[in-house]
Design a binder for this molecule. Structure first.
Ligand code: NAD
Length: 392
């Protein structure tokens, strides 16, 4: 099969196995070029196939020599379709990990379900005994509650009032004004059920009850704060309510795990291009401007750089874990620097369809987006016939 990108809105419906493998290799090469970390040795990553979860898995395995168990929801190739990018990423990661003598296994299924939690626990018992780090990095538009069977759907909406701001169609470069109606109370609650801390809590309770959390275990989940321009749709919107809930869950879990010396942290990460962030209105335009400014200042980071720095400089440094006054790890420190935000905010006022390619790094955004699906990598010949069937 000759595999080319097929874009539908903010997703790409094809993925390239060799391109995804080259992208994973690039991430591994970054991590191995940095000093090793005295970090965790047995790691569970929930949401391990793309974005921040994949980068966490790579940092744990290749900086700290960890055995990793990954959980995710991806699709293998069929007669008509390529596999999803996360499937190819995982196949490439597992191969590299095993070649490096590291344990790497994966469970593909709905992480919100009881069945996947049970299978994960059985695998840990059999293969690892216990885990010292649990990364919770799910991003999903919906969740079916495992006990009630109710399905919740998340919304990306402001709360309380209508929100209008600029947004970009990152494929065409058209800048337009988007109007978002405020969420209903039900939409707020449903978003909290999907992206808040309830499922994280369920995972930790079940892992703990099964005795598979090691003494001094750390669990991490990821959050975002961001600038004034995205505040109404992000931090003060429905997804922000879910993040407030996630952050409150970290405090509750730390209390509950005190007898085993366990700690739960939320790490506030920077804005990066992932399948999930491309779906949020306004955010891709902000990221395109941010990338330009951070690149010019030599501060640019993607998921891998962020996750390596999280492990090396915050979590597994000599000394206490570095947190802010609310107990959160802050990996958005460069993004939120005053000198960065002042320029982004001034560019925001000027940007339109005519100047977006010049004022922002929209080109950089597009190539990062395509790379998520394994396209645009120099070392790959996209005219070559490739077998889309790759086993895990
Ligand atoms: P992503 O879309 O790249 O990854 C999501 C992961 O969740 C994938 O591995 C996917 O397979 C898995 N997943 C989704 N539904 C699942 C299900 N039902 N069962 C099992 N696995 C499932 O997303 P991301 O952007 O890396 O987001 C991860 C976390 O990081 C989220 O909490 C997000 O809010 C946070 N975050 C993202 C950004 C950003 O800019 N992208 C910034 C800060 C924080």
């Amino acid at each position: 099969m000759i595999i080319q990108p097929k874009i539908r809105g903010f997703i790409c419906t094809t993925a390239h196995p060799l391109g995804c493998a080259a992208h994973v290799d690039e991430q591994i090469a970054y991590v191995t070029s940095r000093p090793p970390i005295k970090g965790p040795k047995r790691v569970l990553v929930i949401g391990a196939s793309t974005g921040y979860g994949l980068a966490s898995r790579i940092a744990a395995a290749f900086s700290s020599g960890a055995a990793t168990l990954g959980v995710f929801f991806e699709k293998p190739a069929s007669d008509l379709r390529t596999a999803t990018a996360g499937w190819y990423n995982t196949a490439a990661f597992e191969k590299q990990a095993r070649d490096a003598g590291l344990y790497a296994k994966s469970i593909n299924g709905d992480a919100f379900s009881d069945a996947v939690k049970a299978e994960t626990i059985e695998t840990i018992k059999k293969d690892l005994g216990q885990v010292d780090l649990v990364v919770y990095s799910l991003a999903s538009p919906r969740r079916t509650h495992p006990k009630t069977g109710e399905t919740f759907v998340s919304a990306l909406k402001p709360i309380g009032k209508v929100y209008q701001n600029k947004t970009v169609n990152f494929h065409t470069g058209e800048v337009s004004v988007v109007t978002l109606e405020p969420a209903s109370d039900d939409e707020i609650q449903q978003t909290v059920h999907v992206m808040g801390g309830e499922d994280w809590s369920m995972w930790i309770h079940e892992l703990r009850a099964a005795g598979v959390l090691a003494e001094g275990v750390v669990t991490l989940a990821y959050s975002y704060i961001g600038p004034e321009v995205t505040k109404a749709v992000y931090r003060d919107g429905t997804i922000g309510r879910a993040k407030d809930d996630l952050e409150a869950t970290a405090h509750a879990l730390t209390k509950e795990m005190s007898d085993i010396g366990g700690k739960a942290y939320v790490s506030v990460n920077k804005a990066v291009v992932t399948q999930s962030s491309s779906a949020i209105p306004v955010v891709p335009l902000y990221i395109s401007l941010l990338f330009r400014v951070m690149k010019e200042k030599g501060l640019h980071e993607g998921c891998t750089e962020q996750m390596y720095r999280l492990f090396a400089d915050r979590l597994y440094r000599d000394g206490d874990v570095l947190v802010d006054e609310q107990g959160r790890i802050r990996m958005d420190d460069y993004e939120m620097r005053d000198d960065v935000q002042e320029i982004v905010s001034s560019l925001w006022g000027q940007v339109d369809t005519k100047n977006v390619e010049v004022l922002s790094d929209l080109g950089g955004y597009r190539s990062e987006f395509l790379k998520l699906f394994g396209f645009g990598l120099d070392e790959v010949d996209y005219e070559e016939d490739v077998d889309p069937n790759v086993g895990l």
